[in-house]
Design a protein around this ligand. Structure first.
Ligand SMILES: [Zn+2]
Length: 157
């Protein structure tokens, strides 16, 4: 599951939508299956991401849950339900974060090592560039954006 910030061409309304993959988004966008929840315009594109609190400018905060957090398939979900689901996921992430190990910039390597069995399964969170996060998803490695703001321990000094 991947979340994109989208905006419509007609009114520049911003909204979030979940997709199974980037390809799935591109496909639905090309077929104009994604409509703005405010005005119904189907000419939507990715919005420029707002910087996340505590993250370095070009870094995403990501978490690799040992057990995937359940999220419904995208598509026939109303914006209200989606907001509820997002709040749900954020609450679950806030709950698991204290047990999660901060790995900072080693996130991509650490997640890959666990995926390939070179390291014990663990709950980790850290930072990855958008390219690294995409590469992880391409390899089927569970990594999802953190919906709760975090302050990296190494950003305090
Ligand atoms: Zn709109």
């Amino acid at each position: 599951m991947i979340v994109f910030d989208l905006c419509c061409a007609a009114g520049d309304h911003r909204f979030e939508a979940w997709f199974a993959s980037s390809d799935s988004f591109a496909d639905q966008q090309a077929r104009r299956l994604i409509a703005c929840p405010v005005c119904g315009d189907s000419d939507v594109k990715k919005a420029v991401m707002a910087p996340r609190v505590g993250a370095k400018s070009n870094q995403l905060s990501v978490v690799a849950p040992a057990r995937p957090i359940d999220a419904p398939a995208p598509g026939a979900i109303s914006p209200e339900l989606m907001r509820q689901v997002m709040a749900d996921i954020a609450a679950k992430q806030a709950e698991i974060l204290p047990q999660s190990r901060w790995v900072g910039r080693d996130f991509a390597d650490a997640a890959r090592a666990m995926h390939e069995g070179r390291a014990a399964e663990d709950l980790i969170h850290g930072q990855a560039s958008p390219g690294e996060a995409q590469a992880l998803r391409d390899d089927g490695i569970a990594a999802m954006p953190l919906l709760v703001p975090i302050v990296p321990p190494d950003a305090v000094n």
